[in-house]
Design a protein around this ligand. Structure first.
Ligand code: FEO
Ligand code: CA
Ligand code: CA
Ligand code: CA
Length: 596
């Protein structure tokens, strides 16, 4: 166990100085090694990255763009040899394609994407599975591993659970309603106790454009999702992304997708029983009676916190017996009451208002329109729920709430107490009797985030927290094997505070509760994703997402052409290489547990 330090903190490391520049920074005494970058070959035979000759075929075998969730799945129980599973959430074409951004009359203008560029974007989504090993203290990729795999926006998936085969999921190319092509906007995720990889489809609505036919039956469903989002140009070349032509295609996205990484030919499964919304992640834990509990946030202003409890129980001795556990169970949505209690309300067809009178003919309708069902139950409208991390050591659950610019004094509640919540907060749930499968519990706010030196912000970091140690916009979280909480951020620079996103160590126990310290920070423009530790606590994997994005360098100079004149060329720092998202592994110099 990590021993408490002076002041009661369970963390020991020299804090990084907050700031912003072209490089990343880790605490003194640690190494941060780039393990894999956008474009690096993943599958056997994939070509080396050539930024000036990109093709969709090449990208489909190479590491995708914007790494987000990272999971480590040990091989033979090893902390030094395993499979790294990595989500590729989205693409930044202005940073990917040379010449796409032109300066016209002094303004940066992004041109239209070619069909090949669109197909590169589709191939850069999904996920990667790579075999890695630690040799003489240094991690490396195992080239030509049988496990190395890319899952993309066109990989065939199987839709399972209550919505599988439903008419609302049938399209002109799939009359079975069970075979969706690809998985999109995989944000955070999870690894199950049986070693499968969960990808959470988050902002799937953004890939769709066009208008639904007049009075279409899906109008209310899509409106509740803010869909179609029209963020991409994919509909120019693929009818399935045009809702006027293929109105049901969008009902095939927004799920938790389960992948068996041990079988490189396995078909990813979209587990509809876990609901359809903008799933942020899917971290899991086994309840005392063996049921598996998976937590998932719906990342939108005023949306909800969910958990799914499997009907069956986890079998530690028979991996195969667990492979369809996620198809049957109960999906719950949270109501956080003003007195610090809470209730998990089941989203079950026929119960309460979830009946045909309200448009729910069966459980399929409930999972397809999870948000509308949760609205009817009176769930608590939250400040953008992101990653939710259960902690087996202290029995608590940590909910990252990133911010909510639209929260007003009129609609604050105890669990979301700040109007115009710019910096977000973290809620700590204690499930009843320490049972993660419980349907009630209590909650309190662990931290209101933001700069504690500005009284109006109302941040609640402990007074031991230095000027480097505070953060805003909690997004992803990890709990290490000593039960210590680590929090990473998305957009920790809302008021040009000269800081970047990073990874913070946050004390949750005793006198040090609420103390936070900066361990690692990203290069300019990047977001901090995917923190995960090996069980021995000696390796920490981090995903550096969209470095160089944002259009300015750290001195505020506008960057009209992101590709040719970027604010950083991290991690290569070569004139012939663009800035690239990458996964980094942190180890202690000379070996040993991190932050001890
Ligand atoms: Fe993909 Fe909610 O962050
Ligand atoms: Ca996120
Ligand atoms: Ca997490
Ligand atoms: Ca994010």
């Amino acid at each position: 166990r990590a021993e408490a330090q002076e002041g009661g903190s369970v963390f020991s490391f020299p804090e990084v100085t907050a700031g912003v520049d072209a490089d990343h920074h880790v605490a003194e005494g640690y190494d941060a090694q780039v393990l894999i970058r956008w474009g690096d070959p993943v599958v056997s035979g994939a070509p080396e990255f050539d930024p000036n000759n990109q093709t969709a075929d090449a990208q489909a075998g190479q590491f995708g763009y914007n790494n987000d969730y990272v999971g480590y799945i040990p091989l033979d129980g090893s902390d030094e040899h395993g499979l790294l599973v990595v989500n590729h959430e989205y693409t930044n074409p202005h940073l990917m394609f040379p010449g796409l951004v032109q300066v016209v009359d002094g303004a940066a203008v992004q041109g239209d994407l070619s069909e090949e560029q669109v197909n590169i974007e589709i191939a850069a989504h999904g996920g990667s599975i790579i075999e890695i090993e630690k040799v003489d203290g240094v991690w490396r990729r195992v080239a030509d591993s049988q496990y190395n795999r890319r899952i993309t926006g066109t990989t065939e998936t199987l839709i399972t659970g209550p919505a599988a085969g439903h008419d609302r999921l049938k399209t002109s190319v799939d009359e079975t309603g069970t075979k969706a092509l690809g998985t999109l906007n995989n944000c955070a995720g999870g690894v199950t106790p049986w070693g499968t990889y969960l990808m959470a489809e988050e902002n799937f609505h953004g890939y769709f454009s066009g208008e639904l036919p007049a009075d279409h039956a899906e109008a209310e469903n899509y409106a509740r999702l803010g869909a179609p989002g029209g963020w991409y140009q994919w509909h120019n070349f693929h009818d399935r992304f045009d809702v006027s032509k293929e109105p049901n295609e969008m009902n095939r996205f927004g799920y938790i997708v389960e992948v068996d990484p041990m079988d490189p030919n396995s078909v990813p499964k979209k587990r509809t029983a876990m609901g359809r919304f903008k799933h942020e992640g899917a971290e899991s834990i086994v309840a005392p009676n063996g049921q598996v509990v998976l937590y998932s946030g719906d990342d939108e202003r005023f949306d909800y916190v969910y958990k799914f409890v499997t009907a069956g129980t986890y079998n530690a001795d028979d991996r195969a017996a667990n492979m369809d556990l996620l198809d049957e169970g109960t999906l719950y949505v949270a109501r956080f009451d003003e007195d610090g209690s809470m209730e998990w309300m089941p989203l079950v067809h026929g119960e309460g208002p979830l009946t045909a009178e309200n448009g729910f003919e069966s459980q399929a309708d409930i999972v397809i329109e999870t948000r509308r069902a949760a609205d009817l139950l009176g769930a608590t409208k939250m400040d953008r729920p992101e990653d939710i991390q259960p902690n087996a050591t202290n029995g608590k659950v940590y909910v990252m709430l990133t911010n909510n610019s639209r929260r007003t004094e009129e609609n604050v509640n105890a669990a979301n107490p700040r109007a115009a919540n710019a910096f977000g907060h973290i809620i700590e749930i204690a499930e009843a009797d320490g049972d993660f499968a419980a349907t009630s519990g209590t909650w309190e706010i662990l931290l209101k985030c933001g700069d504690p030196s500005i009284a109006e912000v109302g941040a609640t970091f402990s007074t031991d927290t230095t000027e480097n140690g505070w953060f805003g916009m909690p997004d992803n979280a990890a709990v290490d094997s000593d039960g210590r909480l680590w929090v990473s951020t998305d957009g920790n620079n809302p008021t040009d505070t000269g800081r970047t996103d990073g990874l913070w160590a946050v004390d949750t126990e005793g006198a040090a509760r609420g103390t936070s310290r900066l361990f690692y920070r990203v290069p300019v423009g990047a977001e901090m994703c995917g923190p995960v530790f090996t069980d021995d606590g000696e390796s920490l994997f981090l995903a550096i997402q969209h470095p160089g994005d944002g259009g300015e360098d750290w001195e505020g100079h506008a960057r009209p052409s992101f590709y040719e004149d970027p604010s950083t060329r991290w991690p290569d720092f070569r004139d012939d290489m663009p800035v690239r998202p990458a996964v980094v592994v942190v180890t202690k110099q000379g070996g040993g547990k991190i932050a001890v």
